[in-house]
Design a protein around this ligand. Structure first.
Ligand code: AMP
Ligand code: ZN
Length: 102
C-alpha cells in the first residue's frame, strides 16, 4: 500500500531500525513510546485491521514473534494491545500489536 507508513518502513522508503524480522512479520520501536519499551509487531502483508484478518495463522505468527522479541529484549512482564478502528484509537491502518513493558 503506497500511502501506508508501515508499508513504507518495510519497503525502506522511511528509515527505521528493525528490532525483529522473519518471513511474515517485522517489529520496530514505537516513535512515540508510551512505556519504557514500546515495540510494534507488524505483518509484512498489508492488512488494515483485526477486522480484515482472513487467515488467523497470521495472528499466531505475530504472537510467536512477540515471544521471540521479548526473549531477545529481556522483556518478561508486558501488555499487548491491538487498536481496531478510529474510535478505539487506531491511527495507522495497517494491523499491528503493541508490546508495552515498563
Ligand atoms: P495505533 O494508534 O494503534 O494505530 O498505533 C500506531 C502507532 O504507530 C503509534 O503508537 C505511533 O506512535 C506509531 N508510529 C507512527 N509512525 C511511526 C513511525 N514512523 N515509526 C514508529 N512508530 C510509528
Ligand atoms: Zn501497510
Amino acid at each position: 500500500m503506497t500511502d501506508c507508513i508501515f508499508c513504507k518502513i518495510l519497503n525502506k522508503e522511511i528509515p527505521s531500525k528493525f528490532v525483529y524480522e522473519d518471513d511474515e512479520v517485522f517489529a520496530i520501536n514505537d516513535i512515540n513510546p508510551k512505556a519504557k519499551k514500546h515495540i510494534l509487531v507488524i505483518p509484512k502483508k498489508h492488512v488494515k485491521s483485526l477486522n480484515e484478518v482472513e487467515n488467523f495463522d497470521l495472528i499466531k505468527k505475530m504472537f510467536e514473534a512477540i515471544r521471540k522479541i521479548n526473549k531477545q529484549e529481556g522483556i518478561v512482564d508486558f501488555k499487548t494491545q491491538i487498536n481496531t478502528g478510529r474510535g478505539a484509537g487506531q491511527e495507522v491502518d495497517h494491523l499491528h500489536i503493541h508490546i508495552l513493558a515498563n
